[in-house]
Design a protein around this ligand. Structure first.
Ligand code: UD1
Length: 422
């Protein structure tokens, strides 16, 4: 088990190339099950979640390899099993992404139910309703979803909530269904759009890409594509920009997509950071005292729930108090008691964190409970006085590639240490 030791007080300065999107590549990888063949996905981040998805696809019979240049090679010509075991699903909920492709291409799938997670119940009812609307027979037995269908049939599907995961599973399945599917209130996150573009390149007929109404005319077969480029990780981009803002530093993030981050960039300007955006480069300077600013999370293009914990942490260093409300995951505040250990004053009332600014954080030992919570504790450690130890950084490694090395390159004093502490 690894932990981080951080000496706070160094402003971040320098240039960083943002990694490929974790959430996008997790949706792109299972798409290769829809058309057996050989694929290369470029700009794949080297992360635990990518390893989990790789192992899951290997369990199904695929060959998956990631090289040092970020090229992920997948060969799905040898799929022999149709089951996603609990062992993988419990590590990563996105394992449920194999449901749609297996069902659509092979007529059956058995996928473990994901259960809860560190930030509350996260049901998969919309994924299952979607598959049922497309004609699948679904039963739940012994903690597993069993799904069967001879050939899926297109249907009109309305999502009560614009769920990213349900949109992804429906897109896969509808691409090979017979006839037209019209999906309304679909998620419009850039990761969904990236998947729709990959499926189109594989021969799927999808209209309305990037909008909340997707029309998918099913085709009898899709074809493999030799190469597909992953998109930049918007949450990683936001994380480093916020880290620079917190430490009153100045950084240049290159190979990013500023359009995917509109709301976060607007907010950073509003609190007093100066931003310079040109093409795929975002430069941020933060030296004045920051003003407090409240946020409420919302589906894309709103303020992302994945940036909620980071914003709360940033607001600790702002002048004044602010309210951070999570409308997507109302209980995603597990990191707050850990921030209290560093001296933060934050009160959680229902789905809102009320943050008192001008905090004088002091180093302490804290424990991470989920991916974005870990990142927020590290950011707090970067500005805390003295030494902060962040335990259980395996959560962080699910979604950030070599974060300690990247922060060190930007001037932070941070070390990864192996420990028996749990
Ligand atoms: C994805 C992201 C995650 C992000 C989240 C919201 C991946 C791998 N993960 O998660 O990082 O925080 O989007 O932007 O891309 N819901 C239901 N029933 C369902 C499915 C979802 O009620 O069947 C609810 C959820 O509890 C939540 C909301 O819908 O309140 C949005 O969830 P969803 O968009 O599905 O999130 P994920 O796809 O799991």
């Amino acid at each position: 088990m690894d932990k981080f030791i951080i000496e706070g007080g160094q402003p971040l300065r320098g240039t960083l190339r943002v990694a490929g999107s974790k959430n996008a590549v997790l949706a792109l990888m299972p798409a290769t099950l829809l058309a057996p063949g050989v694929y290369r996905i470029r700009r794949t981040p080297n992360l635990r979640d990518v390893w989990t998805m790789s192992r899951l696809l290997a369990t199904l019979g695929a060959h998956v390899e990631l090289d040092n240049a970020g090229d992920l090679f997948l060969d799905t010509r040898t799929i022999t099993t149709f089951e996603a075991p609990y062992e993988h699903v419990k590590k990563m909920r996105a394992s449920i992404y194999v449901l749609g492709p297996l069902l659509a291409r092979y007529g059956r799938a058995r996928v473990s139910l994901p259960g809860g997670c560190a930030f509350g119940p996260r049901p998969v009812d919309l994924h299952l309703k979607g598959m049922e609307r497309l004609g699948a027979e679904i039963s739940i037995e012994h903690g597993y979803i069993n799904a069967r269908a001879e050939r899926l049939r297109g249907a009109a599907i309305h999502l009560d909530i614009p769920s990213v995961g349900a949109t992804v599973n429906i897109l896969y399945a509808a691409s090979l269904a017979e006839g037209e599917t019209v999906l309304t209130n679909a998620a419009i996150e850039p990761e969904v759009t990236a998947l729709a573009q990959m499926l189109s390149a594989m021969g799927a007929h999808i209209e309305g890409i990037g909008t909340s109404t997707l029309r998918i005319e099913g085709v009898p077969a899709l074809h493999p594509i030799p190469t597909f480029d992953n998109i930049p990780d918007r949450i990683e981009t936001a994380t480093y920009l916020i880290a620079a803002a917190m430490t009153r530093g100045s950084i240049r993030v290159v190979d990013a997509n500023p359009y995917h981050l509109g709301t976060v960039l607007d907010k950073l300007e509003e609190v007093g950071c100066s931003l310079d955006i040109s093409g795929t480069v975002i430069e941020l300077r933060s030296n004045a005292p920051l003003h407090a600013s409240s946020v409420t999370t919302a589906p894309y293009p709103g303020f992302p729930t994945d940036v909620q914990a980071l914003w709360t942490t940033l607001m600790l260093t702002a002048d004044g108090s602010s309210r951070i409300t999570d409308m997507i995951y109302p209980t995603r505040f597990g990191y707050v008691p850990e921030l209290h250990r560093l001296g933060a004053e934050i009160e959680v009332v229902e789905n809102t964190a009320i943050v008192t600014g001008n905090a004088r954080l002091q180093g302490a030992t804290v424990m991470s409970s989920d991916l974005r919570a870990s990142a927020s504790l590290i950011l707090a450690g970067l500005v805390a006085e003295g030494q902060t130890e962040v335990l259980r950084v395996y959560h962080l490694d699910r979604g950030y590639e070599r974060m300690e090395e990247r922060l060190r390159q930007l001037g932070a004093r941070i070390e990864r240490v192996q420990t028996d502490e749990y």
